[in-house]
Design a protein around this ligand. Structure first.
Ligand SMILES: NC(=O)C1=CN([C@@H]2O[C@H](COP(=O)(O)OP(=O)(O)OC[C@H]3O[C@@H](n4cnc5c(N)ncnc54)[C@H](O)[C@@H]3O)[C@@H](O)[C@H]2O)C=CC1
Ligand SMILES: O=C(O)C(=O)Cc1ccc(O)cc1
Length: 361
């Protein structure tokens, strides 16, 4: 991303908040052989994260090179201020919103200390929380925003960039305000859309739910996330989220009119805008979106079968872009969706069938 040499991440790295994101970063740092120091207000999460090999409990006299604040959004400003006061380390946070915490910190620390703080935000995670959901592979190939403020030290920005690269992620430098508008669009609004759709399901008749397929699962997955976390995220980014919700409200009115009036052309235009939106999402590694197609394969519920399927796809020479497994515990097979390059899908289907796999077209 930049031409200048980046400062090496040598540790110790201190992680404040050893939950999903914090423990995942800690696991990466441990894998690099760095000394990792953990802090958490939950003794249980601290014990679990240490037990998973994410690091050791902090003592009273740590001298970290880098502190990563990974606590819930509402606790972030206090935790950054405390970290800046405890040592002379570079401090970053991984919070989902950047401008409001920065303003809160800037009002409470000296400019020389503020210079050591650089916000960041990994665009990776899950609907699960806590250290048991952590993984050193969480950030592989994902974008990770770095949001320097005007007086941030270049060396501090560089060290955060080094962390991002060591985590296997792709650093994207941007201003905090711009970041917040971006995540309102690509994360917070999608989350709320998922919540609204999922909200129609909780009290739905069982025979309706029994027909659920992959579509409803795709659209609602993130709605399973922790409501307390999301309440804090939305509160911190209310302005940008409200702007988009206003646009969606207008779209919803237009959609209702088009459906009610049987206005086919208007409806097609609205649906086509959805096509354009999905096509605009870049490919996984930041390149242009490549058209993909899903190939569905029945996989027997035996150890090693999934590995055999992946092995066969590899021998057939087709790269798997993404995978979803729909496993019904009551049945001896799982349905596996392999997302592959659209131009290679037919070849994969035919080759898998010739190797004895049951596919679904
Ligand atoms: N969940 C996700 O997918 C993503 C979350 N984030 C951000 O990362 C941060 C952490 O989120 P998760 O790891 O998902 O949450 P989590 O709930 O898994 O972990 C948070 C941890 O912080 C601890 N904690 C709470 N208050 C604390 C305090 N004052 N001092 C020290 N420890 C404290 C909790 O005990 C818990 O272990 C949040 O700010 C969130 O916005 C960023 C990207 C993705
Ligand atoms: O699970 C997913 O796909 C997510 O999108 C998780 C997520 C949650 C919060 C963030 O700030 C960033 C990513």
């Amino acid at each position: 991303m930049t031409e200048r040499p980046l400062p090496a991440l040598t540790g110790p790295v201190e992680v404040v908040g050893a939950g999903l994101i914090g423990a995942s970063i800690a696991l990466v740092c441990r894998r690099l052989g760095l000394d990792v120091v953990l802090r958490d207000t939950s003794a249980e999460n601290l014990r679990t994260a240490s037990g998973l090999g994410a690091g050791r409990s902090a003592s009273s006299h740590e001298r970290p090179q880098l502190v990563v604040v990974a606590v819930p959004p509402a606790a972030i400003p206090d935790a950054i201020v405390a970290a800046l006061g405890r040592s002379d380390a570079v401090v970053t946070d991984v919070g989902s919103v950047k401008a409001a915490p920065l303003a809160a910190v800037a009002g409470r620390v000296r400019p020389t200390d503020l210079a050591r703080y650089v916000g960041s935000h990994p665009m990776a995670g899950s609907e699960r929380s806590g250290p048991l959901a952590a993984s050193a592979a969480l950030f592989d190939g994902r974008p990770w925003a770095i949001t320097p403020h005007d007086v941030a030290e270049p060396g501090a920005v560089g060290l955060v960039e080094s962390l991002v690269l060591e985590c296997g992620a792709s650093p994207r430098l941007m201003a905090p305000d711009e970041h917040d508008r971006a995540v309102a669009r690509i994360s917070h609004l999608p989350h709320l859309a998922a919540v609204l759709v999922a909200g129609r399901l909780a009290a739905a008749p069982e025979e309706h739910l029994a027909l659920s397929g992959q579509g409803v699962r795709d659209v609602t997955r993130v709605a399973a996330s922790d409501p307390a976390l999301w309440q804090q995220i939305l509160e911190a980014n209310a302005g940008a989220v409200l702007d988009l919700l206003g646009e969606v409200r207008a779209d919803l009115d237009a959609l209702m009119t088009a459906v009610a009036d049987d206005a086919g052309a208007d409806l097609v235009e609205i649906l086509a805008r959805g096509n354009a939106g999905t096509a605009a999402i870049p490919g996984k590694h930041g390149g242009p979106a490549r058209p993909t197609r899903s190939v569905f394969v029945s996989v027997p519920d035996h150890p090693g079968e999934l590995a055999r399927l992946f092995g066969d796809a590899g021998e057939i020479g087709v790269n798997i872009e993404d995978v979803h497994i729909d496993h019904d515990p009551g049945r001896p097979v799982g349905l596996t969706e392999l997302v592959v390059d659209r131009g290679r899908a037919e070849h994969l289907l035919a080759a898998l069938e010739s190797r004895g796999w049951t596919t679904h077209r």
